[in-house]
Write a protein that binds this ligand. Structure first.
Ligand SMILES: Cc1cc2nc3c(=O)[nH]c(=O)nc-3n(C[C@H](O)[C@H](O)[C@H](O)COP(=O)(O)OP(=O)(O)OC[C@H]3O[C@@H](n4cnc5c(N)ncnc54)[C@H](O)[C@@H]3O)c2cc1C
Length: 373
């Protein structure tokens, strides 16, 4: 039976970043990906924003890895010529109630270590964003946008150059604990079903990561994922030119989502989204009938948007540990020795800011690997 040191399940941005980091020091690394290419799921269905780290409870993994990951990502993009722009963001309050929420958010961001935030009053907002409506705003200069496809392409190429093997069309279907590691069963598009031995198994399977954890033997409650869909609507005409920063509303208190916001891309396009809707099965269709909700939600702070400007775009699905009406849940990034599963590293619930945090997540996983090997 073939033997490898590390098997990573999933070639999304997180699995690829792990492959990149681990292959810097270790040989015999395999990434198994059921799709025919990298990043065909959540990693290519998001806002492509490098978040500053404002929203999450200070000290949580989501706050810390966002902050660390942001710096690492800007550096990586600069070094590898990956499209990326620190365009900055305004989180806007439209009335007094929202202004109070905004102040809480400002304090939260500062407590999390986002030290460059500024509160802006109406005249300061008008100077930098004359076309929006806001009573107050948080200005976050370190928020940016990036070309996620190019990022993953670079991760893939670099990890490959360091010897990591990426097997596309290869689905992990079962796991058996074996002496000193795991027997991994896969179904390969070309070669059919076979198994191999891995010392370390890293579960970076995104929307399926709870299922992979379960077949590996994890019985813990609290790993079950809930799917939370986020639709986008494209602004078809040239209205991206009305703004020069990302514009976000004050988020809902329970952090299910950041609220329907502007998503500017590097090519100058503008989308609105994502909304947040818990769903039972994976479905990426965007209903035209939601247009009115998107329009009503955003015209409060983007008065230049007309309903005719909007058309359905794409959707992404968040892998959430937090169910409807529940409180904040942190990422699960855990080596499972305490569950008698030494060498199994689970990454479950890697919702936003998983893209921003990917290099910091990978660094954390790499440390766990070094402790095992
Ligand atoms: C609407 C939306 C907007 C977002 N916006 C942002 C943002 O602006 N900024 C930000 O930082 N984050 C954002 N996020 C979060 C970010 O996109 C995710 O955290 C990140 O993409 C997760 O990457 P991943 O590699 O864990 O998962 P995925 O990209 O889902 O990758 C997992 C991979 O595992 C593979 N896989 C699953 N099961 C198996 C199996 N059995 N065998 C083999 N392969 C398997 C899948 O095919 C998939 O390719 C957003 C998310 C959503 C949904």
């Amino acid at each position: 039976m073939e033997k490898v040191n590390v098997t990573i399940v999933g070639a999304g941005v997180v699995g690829l970043a792990c492959a990149l980091k681990i292959s810097e020091n270790l040989r015999d690394i395999v990434v198994v990906e059921k799709n025919s290419s990298f990043g065909q799921e959540t990693s290519s269905r998001n806002s492509e924003v490098i978040h500053a780290g404002i929203y999450y409870p200070p000290g949580s993994l989501r706050a810390r890895l966002c902050l660390e990951g942001k710096g690492a990502l800007y550096d990586y993009c600069a070094k590898h010529n990956i499209g990326c722009k620190r365009i900055g963001k305004l989180i806007v309050a439209v009335d007094n109630t929202e202004t109070q929420e905004l102040e809480k958010l400002f304090k939260n961001g500062m407590a999390s270590g986002v030290s460059d935030l500024k509160m802006l009053n109406v005249s300061e907002i008008k100077k930098i964003e004359p076309n929006i409506r806001a009573a107050a705003a948080i200005f976050s200069p370190s928020t940016g946008i990036l070309d996620t496809h190019m990022l993953m392409k670079n991760f893939e190429a670099e990890a490959g150059a360091s010897g990591a093997q990426i097997a596309y069309g290869t689905e992990l279907i079962n796991i058996e604990k074996s002496d000193g590691g795991y027997k991994v069963f896969v179904r390969d598009e070309r070669e059919g079903e076979f198994s191999f031995f891995t010392r370390i198994l890293i579960n970076a399977a995104g929307l399926y990561s709870d299922k992979i954890a379960k077949i590996s033997g994890i019985k813990n409650k609290g790993y079950e994922l809930k799917y939370c869909k986020g639709d986008y609507f494209r602004v078809h005409n040239n209205k991206a030119r009305y703004i020069s920063h990302l514009i976000y509303p004050v988020p809902l208190e329970n952090h299910v989502s950041l609220g329907i916001h502007t998503a500017l891309d590097l090519a100058g396009g503008l989308r609105l989204g994502p909304d947040a809707e818990y769903i039972d099965r994976l479905d990426y269709a965007v209903e035209e009938s939601k247009k009115n909700v998107f329009y009503e939600d955003t015209k409060r702070f983007l008065p230049f948007i007309d309903i005719e400007d909007l058309g359905p775009d794409m959707a992404g699905i968040r892998s959430k540990l937090q169910g409807p009406g529940e409180g904040f849940r942190d990422f699960i990034i855990k080596e499972e020795s305490d569950n008698n599963l030494e060498g199994l590293i689970n990454l479950v619930g890697i919702d936003s800011p998983g893209l921003t945090g990917c290099l910091a997540i990978a660094e954390k996983v790499n440390k766990m690997v070094k402790e095992i090997i």
